[in-house]
Each structure stands twice: as structure tokens, then as C-alpha cells.
Design a protein around this ligand. Structure first.
Ligand code: ADP
Length: 480
């Protein structure tokens, strides 16, 4: 590991940015509201220049052996892990999550790099038996070329490596626009990549306003692949923009995950799973349980236990070691949570804990459990993206499945039950890309992560994640 890497959490890393042609963008700390630093706001022509450099770098990288690429990627992995503490503190400062979660995210982000380094070694082609005796048919897997990505603020590192690692392993280059709210983690990652021996310009981070950077990344003819993680509305817009140059797209969009607790569930598992699936990152993940569906027979016991656990969650600045719930990312995010809770209470829901802004003020919200939730409430059909657990009641499995599938989203679902027949029925009936059964946490680098319906296109992670950056080239050989 190079010794030149600065302490990524020290202020000089954040200081004195060179303005872009559109000036600077200010970044704040969501826990305190204080300004953390500034990043350049690049204009379209500056982004185009970076795309051109990345395209040149990609040609060289794509012609290396997979083994050479894997070796450099393993050095990149080592560099991320060596800086786990710095990266975690930087992430807490710009994103707000508890330090323990940030450390977990750095390890998770790094895991994509080592996983795909090795997966790249196994990008096997095919030999297909030809239908004629004088022909031979081969299929090569080739890097798709240059990729671009737009990423969100809720996982400032992992949402980037989940795209960068398969791109690099496949022999592609990639230009990433991180969220304006959390650009520093991305910039630190890029710096570590260069120091670890990933060629300069191959993985480029571009900072700037979405309206200036976005159209270059979705419209540039040298970009063959576009990958996005964010809201469904923006994902639809960017998919439409990509159509003009027919890019391959991956879309990891919003969810409205149901979490179903059946009468025969292990109550401790169900409560812990709900805490994990609902309150991680203060409820700001796309796979967060948005609707908790609980069967009549277990309802009251479950609500009592969930309420006690949620009420005990420690709210505060993520840098305080004991914090389990940090602030929400912006004031608008806190306002949306307040509106969802007020709308639910107006329509008859009751808060068994929380239901109000937290006494710490600012963007902090008290972990909340609501009972009596119904399908007319906003929180039933919109992602709340905050620490609010609305409990809906149901009578039987049929009703639960109908409620669970009553949404245009199809990212994740969770269910808790001890019945093996029900396990199969439920898993085959839920209209989603991912299911946590008797668990509230399933994410890792080895799973195919992605959704159906309006939650997106394509998969990230696992061997399927690599295919998103490879194209098939068929060769038919004629013989004498
Ligand atoms: P969220 O609600 O989680 O912030 P968004 O979809 O608004 O989700 O943002 C996710 C990412 O998409 C961010 O990097 C943001 O800057 C970017 N983004 C938002 N609108 C556009 C747009 N019109 N063009 C390109 N990128 C966009």
C-alpha cells in the first residue's frame, strides 16, 4: 500500500477544491448541519473530456489478461481495507450513519472488489455443437466497453463498488457520478484505486449537478453501458435518455418492501429481523421493510416486543460509538417522514413509540412504530425512507400475499414463519427480486441483487453481476 494516502477523514482532504466550470457544490454534515467542504461542479464539456480519457484507458485495460486485472483489483481491495477506519469516519461525516454501520459498509464495499476480481477469472465462453459438419461455433465474452454510473447517497461506497468492481473485472472502464450529498467517499475511493495500481482515468469520479453531468453520461456515444441506483422516477427518465444511443442499462430503483409475520413465526426472530430490515441506516435503504404485515394471532405480542426494541434504539451523531440511529440525510427527508406519520395518524393509525421529531433536533427522527396502518395511507404506497414501522393487520395467508403484491414496486420482501409448505407458497407468490425468509438481512456480494416490476432491470453482485458488463460475441467458423 502506498504511503502517500492522506488521512481521508482529516480536513485537508476536504479543503481547497479546484472549482469546476459551474463552480463548487457545498456538502454538509447531516448530524450537525455544518458545512463539511466543497467539490467541483463540472460542466458538460469537462465531463466529456473525462469520458474520452476513460475510453482510452479502457482499451489498454481490456487487453490485459484477466489474471493481471485480478491482481490489481486485489491490491485495490487491500487498500480499501487498510483505510477502513478513515473511510468510515468520512462516510459518517457526510452521510450520518452510525460508525459501526459505516465500518460494515466499507467491508461490504470492499467485498465486491475481491469477489469480482476472482469472478473475472471465470468469464468462460462457450463452444456450441454446430448443426452442420463443416461449421464450428464459438461464443466469446467481451468487455462491453466504457460504462457510466449514477449513484445515491444512502450507501456512498458500496453502491459504487457494486458497479465499479464488475466493470473493472470484465475489462471495462467506468465513469461514476456520485450523489451531490456524498461525493467525498467516492473521491477517496478513486484516490485509493489509483494508488493501488488501477490505471488513472479508468475509474473516474465526476462531481457536478445532475442536470449537467447526467445527459453526458446517458447520451455519449462512447459509453456502452449505463448503471443507475436511485429513485424510480429518475431511473425511468435516465432509461429514456439512454434509448437514444441504445445503451445497455441496469436500474436498481425504489422498493416498497412488505415484511410479513405469520402466527407461527418465531417472535424473537421476527422482531430482530424487523429491526434490521426497518431501522438499518435509519430506514434509508431501498430494501427497507416499508410495510409490516402481521397476522391477527401474533399481532399484539409482536407489536409490544417491536415497540420495546424500537424505543430502546439510541439516536445520535453517528460518530458517538453507541449510536444506533443517525440523522436523516436532509431536511426534506425529515419533512417527508413527518408528513407520512401525520397522514397516517389523521387516518387512524396510533404511535406505540415515537411519532415525533427527536429531541436532538435538526434532521433526527424518533424511531416510530405505528399500528392500525391501512392501504389508504401514504406510507402504504410511497417509500417513507425513514425510521417508521407501520403495522398492518391481516387474517390469512391469501390476504397477506394480496396486500404484499399490491404495489408497482418489486424489489425485496421478508417473511417470518416456521411452516415449510408456507415457505414455498410465499416465496413463489411474492412478486419481487429478493426475499429474506426468517431473516431481515440478506445483502452480500454473492447474491444477485435487483428487482422486478418498477424496481428495476438487471442484477448486481454474484456471477450475474459480471454479465451486465460483458457482451457475447458469436463466431461461426466455416471449414473445408
Ligand atoms: P434519492 O431520492 O435517493 O436522492 P435520486 O434518484 O434523486 O434518489 O438520486 C440518485 C442519484 O441520481 C443521485 O446521484 C442524483 O444526483 C442523481 N440524479 C437525480 N436526478 C438526476 C437527473 N435528472 N439526471 C441525472 N442524475 C440524476
Amino acid at each position: 500500500m502506498a504511503t502517500t494516502t492522506p488521512d481521508l477523514a482529516r480536513p485537508e482532504f476536504l479543503a481547497a477544491p479546484i472549482p469546476g466550470r459551474e463552480g463548487l457544490i457545498s456538502v454538509d454534515n447531516p448530524a450537525t448541519g455544518e458545512k463539511l467542504g466543497e467539490v467541483p461542479a463540472l460542466d458538460a464539456s469537462q465531463v466529456e473530456q473525462i469520458v474520452t480519457q476513460a475510453k482510452v484507458a479502457q482499451r489498454g485495460w481490456g487487453s490485459l489478461s484477466a489474471k493481471d486485472r485480478a491482481a490489481r483489483m486485489h491490491s485495490f481491495f487491500d487498500a480499501i481495507i487498510a483505510h477502513q477506519d478513515d473511510l468510515s469516519r468520512l462516510m459518517v461525516a457526510e452521510q450520518g450513519k452510525p460508525l459501526a454501520e459505516a465500518k460494515g459498509e466499507v467491508a461490504y464495499a470492499a467485498s465486491f472488489v475481491s469477489w469480482f476480481a476472482d469472478e473475472g477469472l471465470r468469464a468462460y465462453g462457450e463452444v456450441i455443437p454446430a448443426p452442420q459438419a463443416d461449421k464450428r461455433i464459438l461464443v466469446l465474452k467481451r468487455p462491453i466497453g466504457l460504462a457510466a454510473a449514477v449513484t445515491p447517497w444512502n450507501f456512498p461506497l458500496a453502491m459504487i463498488t457494486r458497479k465499479v468492481a464488475p466493470a473493472l473485472a470484465a475489462g471495462c472502464g467506468i465513469v461514476v457520478k456520485p450523489s451531490e450529498l456524498t461525493p467525498f467517499s467516492a473521491m477517496a475511493l478513486q484516490q485509493l484505486a489509483i494508488e493501488a495500481g488501477i490505471p488513472e482515468h479508468l475509474f473516474a469520479v465526476v462531481t457536478g449537478h445532475a442536470k449537467s453531468v447526467g445527459p453526458v453520461l446517458t447520451g455519449h456515444p462512447d459509453i456502452a453501458k449505463f448503471s443507475f441506483t436511485g429513485s424510480t422516477a429518475v431511473g425511468k427518465l435516465l432509461t429514456a435518455q439512454c434509448a437514444s444511443t441504445m445503451k445497455r442499462v441496469s436500474m436498481e430503483l425504489g422498493g416498497n418492501a412488505p415484511l410479513i409475520v405469520f402466527d407461527d413465526a418465531d417472535i424473537d426472530m421476527a422482531v430482530e429481523g424487523t429491526i434490521m430490515a426497518k431501522f438499518r441506516n435509519s430506514g434509508q435503504t431501498c430494501v427497507c421493510a416499508n410495510r409490516i404485515l402481521v397476522q391477527d394471532g401474533i399481532h399484539d405480542k409482536f407489536v409490544e416486543a417491536l415497540t420495546a426494541r424500537a424505543a430502546a434504539l439510541r439516536v445520535g451523531n453517528g460518530l458517538d460509538g453507541v449510536t444506533e440511529q443517525g440523522p436523516l440525510i436532509t431536511e426534506q427527508a425529515t419533512t417527508k417522514v413527518a408528513e407520512h406519520v401525520a397522514d397516517a395518524i389523521r387516518r387512524g393509525a396510533k404511535a406505540t413509540t415515537g411519532g415525533t421529531a427527536h429531541e436532538a433536533g435538526g434532521r433526527f427522527w424518533t424511531p416510530t412504530v405505528l399500528t392500525g396502518a391501512t392501504s389508504e395511507m401514504r406510507l402504504a404506497y410511497e417509500e417513507t425512507f425513514g425510521p417508521v414501522a407501520p403495522v398492518f393487520r391481516f387474517r390469512d395467508e391469501r390476504e397477506a400475499l394480496a396486500m404484499a403484491n399490491d404495489t408497482r414496486s418489486g424489489l425485496a420482501a421478508y417473511a417470518f414463519s416456521a411452516d415449510i409448505d408456507r415457505f414455498w407458497r410465499v416465496c413463489e407468490s411474492l412478486e419481487v427480486g429478493m426475499i429474506g425468509f426468517n431473516t431481515g438481512a440478506f445483502s452480500s456480494e454473492v447474491i444477485p441483487f435487483g428487482g422486478v416490476k418498477e424496481s428495476g432491470l438487471g442484477r448486481e453482485g454474484s456471477k450475474h453481476g459480471l454479465d451486465e458488463y460483458l457482451e457475447l460475441r458469436m463466431i461461426c467458423l466455416g471449414m473445408k
